[in-house]
Design a protein around this ligand. Structure first.
Ligand SMILES: Cc1cc2nc3c(=O)[nH]c(=O)nc-3n(C[C@H](O)[C@H](O)[C@H](O)COP(=O)(O)OP(=O)(O)OC[C@H]3O[C@@H](n4cnc5c(N)ncnc54)[C@H](O)[C@@H]3O)c2cc1C
Ligand code: SF4
Length: 547
């Protein structure tokens, strides 16, 4: 069936901080030059912000550059960071450690990144950007020369059996003279571009963590607006990279979350249960007792840093923000670098559009890579590049390595540590220690299903699966046989279940795709890379209010 098409100067895939900043910068440049430049942003969430999950302590450096009068324009930065705490937890105690310099947050704000994106979208629309939430880019479009010429949104109204239903609507082609991919961490189209254009040749593999987060309303007597707490240690064993964050926002809210490096090796580890157990620590539990959990969600986070930044451009487009991996791991911050790289790509794109004659498409955006290398983003990420990999020596080795790198070498070590892909790290289940997790108490700890309920996740049930298996035999013949089906444990939404018949025989993998919160962990951690996450129908997925 013929698809309708719409043409723009620049098509942006993803309405997060990077995509929206790129859109705003393009329109600012066009207005200053008195040029018509058409820009559209498509977003798979039902509205802008619906799929955004972050901490978030926000460093306003890029926002100051993009919209210097953001205060007057009412940006939702309402809670200045006032107090940084860094704790080492043992099973019963909490020991305060000096806060590492990267975690000093003076001048930063505790925010909902989802709400900041909603506000950025208003600014973008005010400048004439067309924003289409509820549309998932399902396919990259190429012209005859192999150049990216845009994306197509997925068809709507295809049934589970792959046949059109009564509500069938074909996808739409969005043609761009340039296309910017701002899909965030582990973007599904970004993955295909990296492969097709060999963007990772000679570059370290990207590595990841899973971040699980809850939003609470707590007893006002325990709330200290602007307070920031990070912890390392219990309940994780020292071979697992990770820790927690607690950020006291406005309105007696606390954002609490747990991040675990996906290079963990024990297939029995369950990131969701580690997070629930963390909240039962004697120093943490009292914060939440008497409070109310209002939201839940999860999202993968880039951990590869500087040495994992791929080639950024290809004919017809570029990668920006966390799609490219611009996250400062020791800071646990990537929204400032996402915004800045979006802005730099916009500047390069605008130069390219001006230089190209008529409707001709600009050539590859080479100046974008140079602009990134000359910006504060490059210097910032380069300086901390050895910190995350030093945790391959375990927590103590990592803390020591980080201290030497930060205080003695000051980021100028003449070496760079490297990464190996996360999915290669799992041990066989029979060689690893099983882990007994306590039952949820329903006060501070909960089960997965009641948690997913708080993410307001919804998918049209009658649609082809968006969690696709390259080989349907692998979940049982490999994953269950060797690793006791780790997807049952690493998925924070309980999507994957091994079910058996009445006699307890004939195991098969059941995929409850409607619960998927789009965190992308399965796409990353599956040991044989057999799971391929593709976009479901637009608007499906979580509906985060202010995560
Ligand atoms: C648990 C956690 C805590 C964090 N804490 C902090 C913090 O405190 N401070 C900080 O600065 N950063 C933090 N980060 C990182 C920060 O959230 C990211 O760096 C930032 O969100 C990256 O912005 P982005 O625009 O590149 O991608 P994203 O914010 O991920 O946005 C991508 C958007 O694109 C959409 N999209 C993806 N694919 C498609 C498609 N095919 N079609 C249409 N739409 C699509 C998504 O739905 C999403 O809305 C944290 C991240 C996590 C997971
Ligand atoms: S199915 Fe995959 S992407 Fe969806 S919630 Fe589970 S791990 Fe995350």
């Amino acid at each position: 069936m013929e698809r309708e098409s719409m043409s723009y100067d620049v098509v942006i895939v993803g309405g997060g901080p990077s995509g929206l900043s790129a859109a705003i910068r393009l329109k600012q440049l066009a207005a200053a030059a008195g040029r018509e430049t058409s820009v559209c942003v498509i977003e798979k969430g039902a509205e802008i912000g619906a799929h955004i999950l972050s901490g978030a302590v926000f460093e306003p450096i890029a926002l100051n550059e993009l919209i210097p009068d953001w205060r007057e324009k009412g940006a939702p930065l309402n809670t200045p960071a006032v107090d940084d705490n860094f704790l080492l937890l043992t099973k019963k105690h909490a020991l305060r450690l000096p806060t590492p310099p990267q975690m000093h947050n003076k001048g930063n704000y505790i925010i909902s990144l989802g709400n900041l994106c909603r506000w950025l979208a208003q600014q973008a629309e005010g400048l004439g950007v067309e924003i289409y939430p509820g549309f998932a880019a399902a396919e990259v479009l190429y012209d005859d020369s192999g150049r990216v010429k845009g994306v197509a949104t997925g068809n709507m109204g295809i049934g589970k059996d792959g046949q059109p239903t009564g509500s069938f609507t074909p996808g739409v082609e969005l043609h761009g003279r340039l296309t910017l991919f701002a899909e965030g961490c582990r973007g599904s189209l970004t993955k295909t571009l990296v492969h097709r254009f060999n963007l990772r040749d000679g570059i370290d593999p990207q590595t990841y963590g899973i971040g699980i987060k809850e939003l609470w309303e707590i007893d006002p007597a325990k709330h200290v607006q602007g307070k920031i707490v990070h912890t390392v240690g219990w309940p994780l064993t020292s071979d697992v990279y990770g820790g927690s964050f607690l950020y006291h926002l406005e309105n007696n809210q606390v954002a609490v979350g747990f991040v675990i490096g996906l290079d963990y090796s024990n297939p029995w580890l369950n990131p969701f249960e580690e997070f629930q157990r963390f909240k039962t620590h004697p120093a943490i539990r009292p914060i939440f007792e008497g409070g109310r959990r209002v939201a839940y969600g999860a999202r993968a986070i880039n951990e590869g840093g500087f040495q994992a930044i791929p080639k950024l451009t290809f004919p017809g487009g570029a990668l920006i923000g966390c799609a490219a991996g611009f996250l400062n791991v020791p800071k646990i911050k990537g929204s400032h670098t996402a915004m800045k790289t979006g802005m730099l790509a916009a500047e390069a794109a605008f130069e390219g559009l001006v230089a190209a004659s008529g409707d001709e498409a600009p050539v590859e955006l080479a100046s974008y890579s140079d602009k990134v290398k000359q910006s504060w983003v490059w210097a910032e990420l380069k300086k901390v590049r050895n910190i995350r990999p030093s945790f391959h020596l375990g927590m103590w080795g990592g803390l020591l390595g980080s201290a030497i790198d930060t205080y003695v070498l000051r980021g100028h070590a003449p070496w760079t540590f490297h990464h190996t892909p996360d999915h290669t790290h799992l041990m066989k289940a029979n060689e690893a220690m099983t882990i007994d997790y306590p039952k949820p108490d329903g006060v501070v700890s909960f089960d997965r299903l009641s948690s997913v309920f708080l993410s307001s996740t919804n998918h049209e049930e009658n649609q082809p699966p968006h969690l696709t298996l390259k080989d349907p035999r692998v979940p049982i013949e490999v994953n269950l046989a060797l690793y006791e089906a780790p997807e049952q444990r690493y998925c924070p939404a309980g999507v994957y279940e091994i079910v058996r018949d009445a006699e307890g025989l004939n195991p098969r993998l059941q995929i409850n795709a409607q619960n998927c919160v789009h965190c992308k962990t399965c796409d990353i951690k599956d040991p044989t890379q057999n799971i391929n996450w593709v976009v479901p129908e637009g608007a499906g997925g979580p509906n985060y209010p202010n995560m």
